[in-house]
Write a protein of this length. Structure first.
Length: 295
């Protein structure tokens, strides 16, 4: 065991302890939740840990190497704590999780046993099951660049460096119609070229789905109506009165980077990479060979 304070170790050495467990969840939208398996609430670090949520945890697997630490948290779905509609909307995806062993008589005596993020989250029988992934989970992600013609950067990130706040590359407003949470229509969305937002992003700014976003599949104009279609529907209710923000799309091509964004210096692809046909070509006795005759 490591990371425990002298007070924690001294209390553990008594043989008769008043330990309990506490969990804190910090979502990416800033909302925080606290749970404990004690029979009364606890408070520390500015978080109140509720005792009426029915939360429990499976055994925590921790290692000293670089393999991934993992555990699972189980709890009842309640309106006051973790709601089913928020899980369905994906609001708990990649949320930060911290777990402590706490002396409930003196919450200042505690040990941060686990820190990580929520992985897979599922619902069944009025309860939720959340897979907790340790900090070493990030080491499983592939690193490095891909040698390909198309750009490997994400529009606006540290590699692309394009400023998406420039005029003409974003539009924020209220659509005239929303169909099945997936299709957004405007009767007047002038000033943008055809398919300007295709492969871009739609963020919900207000309403029940505020904070959620989706990738744009199509951007078409039919009978004077501009129609923005997402790859999949929003996972929360959204109506025409809710404001949304459209962000321009990029198809990762060399020509698009030069003409649409004037950002060629930051292009992260290899446009002169030979294609498969060139790689598989071989010299023949007839016809023209660019290398000339060997005799």
């Amino acid at each position: 065991m490591s990371g425990q304070s002298e007070e924690f170790l001294a209390h553990a050495a008594t043989g008769v302890t008043t330990f309990c467990r506490a969990w804190a969840i910090l979502r990416t939208d800033g909302q925080s939740f606290g749970f404990t398996d004690h029979d009364t609430p606890l408070s520390f670090d500015g978080i109140t840990f509720r005792a009426d949520t029915g939360l429990s945890a499976a055994a925590l697997a921790q290692t000293t190497g670089l393999s991934v630490d993992n555990t699972e948290a189980l709890g009842a779905l309640t309106d006051a704590a973790v709601r089913e509609d928020e899980i369905e909307a994906g609001r708990f995806d990649n949320a930060e999780v911290r777990a402590w062993v706490v002396n409930w008589k003196d919450p200042n005596v505690r040990w941060l046993q686990f820190r990580g993020t929520i992985g897979e989250m599922r619902r069944s029988g009025g309860a939720f099951h959340a897979e907790l992934r340790g900090l070493t989970e990030a080491l499983n992600r592939p690193q490095g660049r891909v040698y390909q013609k198309a750009c490997t950067a994400v529009l606006g990130d540290g590699s692309c460096r394009f400023n998406l706040d420039l005029p003409g590359y974003r539009h924020e407003g209220v659509p005239d119609r929303v169909i099945d949470g997936r299709v957004f229509e405007w009767d007047d969305l002038a000033g943008f070229e055809p398919q300007w937002f295709m492969r871009g992003r739609l963020d919900v700014v207000s309403g029940a789905a505020a904070g959620l976003w989706g990738m744009i599949k199509r951007d078409v104009t039919e009978n004077g109506v501009r129609r923005i279609e997402l790859w999949e529907a929003m996972r929360a209710p959204i109506v025409a009165e809710d404001a949304v923000r459209l962000t321009v799309g990029c198809d990762k091509r060399f020509e698009t980077c030069r003409l649409k964004f004037n950002n060629l210096l930051n292009f992260q692809g290899f446009p002169d990479l030979p294609g498969d046909d060139w790689m598989m070509a071989y010299p023949t006795s007839g016809g023209s060979n660019s290398g000339g005759s060997l005799r």
